[in-house]
Design a protein around this ligand. Structure first.
Ligand SMILES: [Mg+2]
Length: 236
């Protein structure tokens, strides 16, 4: 049973305690209007000769997606193909985003929450995303959110999203000098995989129903809090 968001907001407003907020990107901060999917399919055709099986992008890491394509096509992963795959993907992603800039959007409440955080010195925002570091940067730059984030854990670090929480905490220490504990870390994401990766590191998850999953589905997946949009979260 998810907790009351008013109680979480009260904790987040208490300036005596530092918080690390780890944001997912797709379905949480932005909706790219399917540009990521189209870019991945086009890349699969160019690298593997065929777009392959239906891609499950919800909460998956980009390295995990490439692993699935290797399994599907019976090819062995190698550094050269991995490099070529992501170089091609980043090229198409940037091209698709800039070719139809009016499609896709920043999701409800995101700008307001990030602006709140920017003037709340006790709250540090970072990324925990299945996107590669460069893919994350392309998407956030396109939607003008990149200046809010100085580090993160990415889908180019590990194929298994459940390993990304530890990496995020290590990078938080390296970037801020503060050793954030899992108890003072919140993962904010839109899929059951975000919830699982928060719990894998001992953190809690605020699940937001702005992606493919309903509030009921996110609650059933064990989210610690569930919101309709990030408008409901406040740290000031
Ligand atoms: Mg997502």
């Amino acid at each position: 049973m998810p907790g009351k968001i008013s109680e979480l907001n009260e904790c987040l407003r208490s300036q005596s305690v530092p918080w690390l907020l780890l944001f997912d990107i797709d379905g949480t901060l932005v909706d790219t209007g399917g540009k990521g999917m189209v870019a991945l399919r086009k890349t699969a055709i160019e690298i593997f000769g065929n777009e392959g099986p239906p891609l499950d992008l919800a909460g998956s890491t980009d390295l995990g997606i490439l692993e699935n394509l290797h399994t599907h096509f019976g090819t062995a992963p190698c550094a050269e193909r991995t490099h070529r795959f992501f170089e091609t993907y980043h090229f198409h992603l940037e091209a698709y985003l800039s070719s139809s800039p009016s499609e896709g959007r920043v999701l409800d409440g995101v700008v307001e929450l990030l602006q709140d955080i920017a003037v709340a010195p006790h709250v540090k925002p970072a990324l925990l995303t299945g996107n590669t570091m460069q893919g994350a940067s392309i998407k956030l730059r396109h939607y003008r959110l990149d200046h809010h984030f100085s580090f993160g854990a990415y889908g180019s670090d590990r194929a298994d999203r459940n390993l990304l929480g530890h990496i995020a905490l290590e990078r938080a220490l390296a970037h801020t000098g503060h050793a954030y504990t899992p108890e003072r870390t919140l993962v904010i994401g839109d899929t059951p995989k975000d919830i699982a990766c928060a719990h894998a590191v001992g953190a809690k998850c605020v699940a937001v129903a702005t992606g493919q999953f309903s509030k009921d589905q996110l609650a059933a997946a064990g989210a610690d809090w569930v919101v309709s949009s990030l408008r409901e979260i406040s740290c000031r």
